[in-house]
Design a protein around this ligand. Structure first.
Ligand SMILES: CC(C)(C)c1nc(N2CCN(c3ncccn3)CC2)c2cc(C(N)=O)c(N)nc2n1
Length: 327
């Protein structure tokens, strides 16, 4: 094979492997066996070794950097990553709904999303390429953890259009990875992580990306900071567009046109929660129409158009149970 053919073959293998990786990690619907993926991956590695000048930065071989950082750069969020106010019972959800409808004086519909219990992160794409990832930090300034986020296979290194946008989501550790990691740590005489959120945060705070890569983190995207030339007018349309672009969005979100439907959704998931393969600590309810979000605006630290319904903390329940049993 001559140089020209090698370049084409490298490009073809890269696109093929990225498509297979998207099917496996984002859609959870692999179309080839792992053995075939591994064989194609080895073929790409060998060709890239022979022709390093053709290695693309969105090649699957470039996901895990080989040199640890000495420290994390600070990153300022151009659009602040706000907090969420909380509701702890049905009445407080109704109060939220009353404030929203009084503030708008018109019909409103909501989007309800599972509240993933992980670490909020921001992903910036320029002309369709993943260029920077950062922690939420204090909402205004976070840490540049691009090289750790590149190791999360469900984060696309390039998206389907040459869009320039900044998206937000929750990086998390699925239960299966959490249990395996803690088994490993106990076996090595290390302290196990108390919960998947701490494990995810600890993994993304590693200066060595090879360690982050071993933690098998995942992500669901749920918001947009900036989106150049976007004409979309609702949050639900944005979630659908993010999915089309190749981002992983949580499949359980629902549009609710009454507060009763919101309450049904909350009740359903407060029972269904133990059957999820990841931790959630509540439900996030958002006004769907972006113009209405604009109109409602923000308090000093959180939007008036969204609220987090928090489930009672599980740990507290188990501790209570233990005490009851012991008396
Ligand atoms: C865009 C808004 C502000 C409405 C928003 N903010 C969120 N959060 C804010 C507070 N965050 C936070 N984190 C640490 C300390 C204080 N606040 C962490 C995320 C959301 C978190 C989730 C989730 N976890 O699944 C979600 N589906 N939607 C969100 N939507």
């Amino acid at each position: 094979m001559n140089r020209e053919q090698a370049q084409k073959k490298i490009e073809k293998l890269k696109n093929l492997l990225n498509q297979y990786s998207y099917e496996y990690y984002v859609l959870d619907q692999p179309t080839i066996p792992d053995s075939e993926y591994d064989q194609l991956y080895r073929e790409l590695e060998q060709l890239e070794e022979q022709y390093p000048e053709f290695i693309a930065d969105d090649s699957p071989t470039q996901r895990v950097g080989d040199k640890p950082l000495d420290f994390f750069q600070k990153v300022e969020h151009k659009v602040p990553m706000l907090s969420l106010s909380n509701a702890f019972n049905e009445q407080e959800l109704k109060d939220f709904h009353r404030r929203v409808t009084q503030g708008l004086n018109e019909e409103v519909s909501y989007v309800c999303e599972l509240k993933i219990d992980g670490l909020a992160v921001s992903l910036t794409y320029e002309n369709g390429k993943f260029v920077r990832g950062a922690t939420r930090g204090d909402g205004n300034v976070g840490e540049d953890i691009t090289m750790n986020l590149r190791t999360i296979r469900s984060i696309p290194l390039t998206i389907k259009d040459k869009e320039t946008l900044e998206v937000r989501g929750e990086a998390f550790m699925p239960h299966s990875s959490f249990l395996k990691l803690n088994e490993e740590r106990v076996k090595n005489g290390e302290e196990p992580f108390a919960n998947p959120r701490n494990a995810a945060a600890g993994s993304l705070r590693q200066l060595d990306p090879k360690i982050a890569a071993e933690r098998h983190l995942d992500i669901f995207l749920y918001a947009v900071g900036e989106w150049e030339n976007s004409q979309l007018t609702s949050h639900s349309a944005r979630l659908e567009k993010l999915k089309e672009l190749g981002f992983k969005t949580n499949p359980e979100w629902r549009k609710c046109s009454t507060i009763e439907e919101v309450i049904d959704f909350v009740e359903y998931w407060s029972k269904e929660r133990p059957n999820l393969p990841y931790e959630i600590d509540g439900i996030v309810i958002k006004v769907d129409d972006l113009r209405q979000q604009e109109k409602l605006g923000f308090t000093a630290k959180s939007p008036r158009w969204a609220i987090a319904y928090k489930f009672p903390a599980e740990e507290a329940m188990t501790v209570l149970k233990d005490i009851e049993l012991s008396v």
